[in-house]
Design a protein around this ligand. Structure first.
Ligand SMILES: *Cc1c(COP(=O)(O)O)cnc(C)c1O
Length: 368
């Protein structure tokens, strides 16, 4: 069964009755328990209660939703955004609207499960290309297709922490007249200036047709969104099934907390900088231990262990030492590529990072 957390999210949590250093959450900026977000949420509860109680297009559309969508659009540098209950709902809502019968979707083999679901729900044909392999992508782009070609990729891949080569993908999209869609669930709030995402990191504003993302990772709350031009956003607002059929849109308190989150990130990059300083420091510690961290370029750091039993054992032993990091095994990653997935956040102190690094270094050395 699942482990249970008895404290707010943070660098240290109460997990199954033990106090541990948390190296497993997506709370990259520490916003999940941030005072300004909590205040915004509780003020919104006083004003609007706890539930929206109707679809946005019936009587569940609050001014907070519009305000969040406008502020998020400005932050992301796009014309418009639309918020969903989750990143999963954003992908399953967006993809079938964008990709219709006759179209071809080109999808990276390691794309997130909700992209795969969105592709399956669409009437388009999906062709999978090898992970980040531009030759494999180009071969599939060359194949004839009666409708549109749509390339979809994660910006940051969640199990390896590697970055999609977006500049090269955007060039191929131009060359073959394809639409480019980026799911930046792990890039938003993390990559680019002020955490504006992987598209910003690569300087590709205007060259990506649409983005999807999560509001429950770095942004600290819950929900998902899509970003793009106004025409696309209006079309998904009218046709996206995961949007129009839900009678529980983002509750007012969550929406208000997200506005506070985006407002802060729009003017203050200190948490993003802290996150990256922590990431650099921890990577130096791993390198000093000679630990294999794969191809990560982000705060998601895989400690490559290979064998599944070994990965599980490292996770259990670490917990006994007071550190929690998740063992990731098949089918989340291929057989023989089991690992411990460590996620660095802005909330960690240098002492937390040292404690975790020392424990990982010791246990990995014992076991390999
Ligand atoms: C986490 C994640 C999602 C899902 O977002 P939720 O808000 O958690 O539903 C979608 N895509 C990618 C790439 C993710 O990592």
């Amino acid at each position: 069964m699942y482990r249970t957390i008895y404290s707010p999210q943070g660098a240290r949590i109460e997990l199954d009755g033990a106090s541990v250093i948390n190296m497993a959450s997506n709370n990259y900026l520490g916003l999940a328990n941030h005072p300004s977000l909590k205040k915004a949420a509780s003020d919104a509860i006083e004003k609007y209660g706890v539930g929206a109680a109707a679809a946005r297009n019936i009587v569940g559309n609050y001014p907070l939703h519009t305000e969040l969508e406008e502020k998020l659009a400005k932050y992301k540098g796009v014309e418009a955004t639309l918020v969903f209950n989750s990143g999963v709902a954003a992908n399953t809502g967006l993809i079938p609207v964008l990709a219709v019968k006759g179209d071809v979707i080109l999808s990276d083999e390691l794309n997130h499960g909700s992209i795969i679901d969105g592709c399956r729900l669409s009437r388009a044909e999906t062709k999978v290309f090898k992970h980040m392999d531009m030759q494999s992508l180009e071969e599939r782009l060359k194949e004839p297709c009666e409708g549109k070609k749509i390339i979809i990729t994660d910006g940051v891949f969640s199990m390896d922490g590697d970055l999609a080569p977006l500049a090269q993908i955007a060039d191929l999209a131009d060359k073959y007249n394809a639409y480019l869609v980026v799911d930046d669930a792990h890039g938003d709030g993390v990559m680019g200036s002020f955490g504006k995402g992987t598209v910003d990191h690569f300087g590709l504003h205007g060259r990506v047709f649409a983005e999807s993302g999560s509001l429950g990772k770095a942004f600290g709350v819950a929900g998902g969104f899509i970003a793009g031009n106004r025409e696309l956003i209006d079309e998904v607002r009218a046709k996206g099934r995961s949007f129009i059929f839900t009678a529980s849109p983002l509750a007012p308190n969550l929406t208000a907390a997200l506005i506070a989150s985006i407002e802060m990130l729009s003017t203050d990059d200190s948490l993003v900088k802290r996150l990256w300083n922590n990431r650099t420091y921890f990577m130096q510690r791993m390198a000093a231990f000679g630990i294999d961290t794969g191809n990560t370029q982000t705060p998601i750091i895989p400690i490559m262990l290979g064998d599944e039993e070994r990965a599980k054992e490292v996770s259990v032993k670490l917990y006994e030492e007071g550190v929690y990091a998740q063992a990731v095994i098949f089918p989340l990653v291929p057989k023989g590529k089991a690992r411990l997935r460590v996620i660095i956040t802005a909330d960690h102190t240098i002492e937390d990072l040292d404690f975790a690094a020392n424990a990982i270094g010791k246990i990995v050395k014992e076991i390999l």
